[in-house]
Design a protein around this ligand. Sequence first.
Ligand SMILES: [Zn+2]
Length: 361
Amino acid sequence: MNTGIVYDPIYLEHRIGVHVESHERLIGIMDFLEEKKVLENPDFKLISPRAATIEQIRYVHQESLINEVKEVSEVARITGHIQNLDMDTAVCAKTYETSLYSVGGNLNGIDSILNGGVTNAFAIVRPPGHHSNSYKCAGFCIFNNIAIAAEYLFREKNFKRVAIIDWDCHAGNGTSDIFYDGSEYGELVFFDSHQDGRTLYPGTGFINDVGKGAGEGKIINFPMPPRAADDANILFFNEIIAPVCEEFKPEFILISAGFDTHWTDRLTNMGWTYQGPANYLKKIKELAAKYTKDRILITLEGGYEIDKQAKAVYNCLQVLNNNNHLIEEKSRESENDVMNYISNKVIPNLKNSLKPYWNCF
Ligand SMILES: [Zn+2]
């Protein structure tokens, strides 16, 4: 089994000063992969990105957003100063170009899975995307990489059913907005686990937000109370994701992977270990084996403890490549009060709100 790793130094050129979403995040990952000799292993294949076309960016974004990113990058170039799109989303002279490559890296990852000799791929890209909706960049994100990847599968590769699983600690509000009414070109289910929006940015992603119109029942939020650990998402997988996918039968699985669920992450309050995402991915991989011919593309979203993120990404790459030998720290389980709340409140309420749309509930 071959696993693609999409990476290019162009992703370091989105440099936005002293900021948690720093280019150092990718340097940390790539240095660790080098130390572990991952790229020397013939089971892994380095994939270079391309720039996505403007038409592809338009699959999910309005012209005004695209122009704004382009123009503000140009202002940054002329003035030599970093510019801001909102309180926490910054732009430098290279942001527009880098963002086109961030999207295009994911598209090349998909192409390599479909006909480039890899079974699955991890796009180690930035800027991230899942907070940007059709008209507004937000939360360190520029173009919504994962949403464009889904539309690319629908519009250019003839896929009919795609699942996106977002395990970043923050709700993927941009992705949710984009697919809230469904897509004109295919069926999409969005599984979004995150720290409860009452306790964390962006303050969205509640159980009753299930989508509308063609998207109704297909936006599936799993808001977790602070301190929830690795076991919480396994429960979400077993109780919700697995039965829904059995009914939905996705043809491709896309993952918005954030590593800011780690218990030390400076922006969040969760309890995951750095083997947590990989163990969750093992379950997702079983689904992919059943329904998607093993096709999984992972894109990098957040993750702000550079050393922990590097280990977590390494672990996910091992799992993608059928090697379950992980780098592990002391395991963590959710405390009883947290797990009781999830088992007795969150999961039953979620099943209840999804009942009208899925026979499994
Ligand atoms: Zn995040």
